[in-house]
Design a protein around this ligand. Structure first.
Ligand SMILES: C[S@@+](CC[C@H](N)C(=O)[O-])C[C@H]1O[C@@H](n2cnc3c(N)ncnc32)[C@H](O)[C@@H]1O
Length: 310
């Protein structure tokens, strides 16, 4: 199978168990990547089952088509899960889906291929777009971003302690020479950290922040979760694997907030929503065994919820 093993799926057994696959059920994998989770879902589906899979990265979709194009149970869509509701409605999937999976963030090929511009360890063009067919690259954005906006992005999406200093240095360097490579950006960030600093690579948070901004990841997540809530059937399962606290917080709050009816705040009514997401089990983290085999699972955490119609 071409390129399928370039990404080791994270929390695979746990996610499959949480989805509680029914052989004739309808499932959506919102983040195909290299199809690790999709393949396992398919192994549990009968010929009547259906798997809709999407990814916003054309390289992922190319692989999906090579591997699954002949499988009649599979429908492949190049799309952001930000547009999941439109997609689901056009396919008449509202309240018909038995399980929806989000395995957030970037895939190993995205990180490992220098030309994608996600990695401070592999020098490449400063791109960072998951969907390479549209939008602004990180280099184009850095060429025009005002100082205050850059500080906000580094702080809010990177929780970067040295946001002000790094942003000022980026803008100053940008005036001398356009910042067009991952190495140039990483070098600037490193120069803003104190000598003798020990900890994660200094560029980690800046790269995370810019990547989140360029791909509008948090807005997409919120829209994707809302869509999933609407598409799930009664007792349908939502499974979300996230890789940093910003994402996890959004998932946790989203699940919790579906329990509240949208009533004006001044009314003394404690209403129960007519449909909501019920948390299933506790936050799940990878077992030691998985961490030993896949260092990239390190920061993974998974939340599971079930849709309940009252
Ligand atoms: C961690 S990987 C998924 C790996 C996959 N579960 C596997 O086992 O191969 C995340 C994938 O989600 C995709 N992605 C991230 N945000 C997305 C979005 N808003 N819409 C669609 N795909 C997205 C990325 O392009 C990447 O391929």
């Amino acid at each position: 199978m071409p390129e399928l093993h370039q990404h080791v799926p994270v929390l695979l057994e746990e996610a499959l168990r949480a989805l509680r696959i029914k052989p004739d059920g309808v499932y959506i994998d919102c983040t195909f990547g290299r199809g690790g989770h999709s393949r396992s879902i398919l192994q549990n589906l009968s010929q009547q089952g259906r798997l809709y899979l999407l990814d916003q990265d054309p390289a992922a979709i190319k692989i999906a088509k090579q591997v699954f194009a002949d499988d009649q149970r599979v429908q492949i869509t190049h799309e952001s899960f930000a547009n999941l509701l439109e997609m689901g409605e056009s396919l008449a999937l509202r309240e018909r889906v038995d399980g929806i999976l989000f395995d957030l963030g970037v895939s190993s090929p995205q990180l490992d291929q220098a030309e994608r511009g996600f990695s401070f360890s592999n020098d490449g063009p400063l791109d960072m777009r998951m969907n390479t067919t549209t939008g602004e690259s990180a280099a184009q954005w850095l060429a025009r971003v005002p100082l205050e906006e850059l500080i906000t992005v580094l702080r809010d999406y990177g929780e970067e302690k040295y946001a002000k200093k790094i942003a000022a240095k980026i803008i100053a360097e940008q005036k001398k020479n356009a910042i067009t490579t991952t190495k140039a950006l990483a070098d600037i960030v490193c120069s803003c950290y104190p000598a003798g600093y020990q900890g994660i690579h200094p560029a980690t948070r800046t790269f995370q922040a810019i990547r989140i901004y360029i791909n509008q990841e948090l807005t997409a997540l919120h829209d994707g979760l809302q869509a999933a809530f609407e598409l799930l059937s009664n007792h349908g399962r939502l499974v979300v694997i996230s890789f940093h606290s910003l994402e996890d917080r959004i998932v946790k709050r989203f699940i919790r907030d579906t329990r509240k009816e949208d009533v004006p705040k001044n009314l003394p009514v404690i209403a129960q929503a007519s449909e909501y997401l019920k948390t299933v089990g506790k936050l799940i983290r990878p077992q030691q065994r998985e961490l030993e085999q896949n260092a990239r699972a390190r920061s993974a955490r998974m939340r599971v919820a079930e849709k309940v119609l009252v």
